[in-house]
Design a protein around this ligand. Sequence first.
Ligand code: DC
Length: 233
Amino acid sequence: MQHPGLVIAVDGPAGSGKSSAAREVARSLSLRYLDTGAMYRALTWWLLANHVDIASTAAVAQHLRRAKIEIGTDPHAPAIRVGGADVAGLIRTREVTNAVSAVAAVPQVRAHLIAMQREIIARAVAAGEGIVAEGRDVGSVIAPEAPVKVFLTASEAVRARRRSADLAGQPGVTVTVALTQTEQARRDRRDAPQMARAADAVEIDSTDIGLDEVIREIVSLVMSRTAGAVWTS
Ligand code: DC
């Protein structure tokens, strides 16, 4: 039997590998998966596509509810839609990546998306399925009651290398590691106020370890926190 309603929070900066790790942990423990950053990205994509001035807090606050964001929680097929349209690829562009921090800093945006995120987590818990949620403030703000909290880090250089490898897979994109690192440092600074690390989160530094090792460490943390009441498949 699965541990009923288990919530695992995985937070960390861009490029720390938290998305891959969180998704794999959800798959191996048969839990739901929530990528909270994808929701900020989806909203940012919609605002840009609809020519809303994202430098204006008032304009963003006024229009944000017009973006009908839906996010799936299947770790085998993460889906993100706005107004019914699949935006999974569109939200990963450099344009959205460089704009998302400003949108995520708007208090009305955070209130709206955090309410949605809490509801998604509550639904998974009520269904007895459990969920792995990843982002910047899951363990501290969205789900402070989560029994398992991880804060994933890695050196700036390693994060930039991973991120530019991801970007290199996008058609028509040529970015150097150096440029990625510069943009990443800017995003780190802008995201800093949102990066609310929970005091009781366990830090995993992935600078010198691979994804498999990170997953093993998270799963063993889950086992110790739940007295082994979670099955691995
Ligand atoms: O994890 P990511 O790079 O996809 O996140 C995109 C942006 O969204 C990131 O720049 C910060 C913001 N974010 C946030 O403010 N709070 C979260 N829980 C998740 C992401």
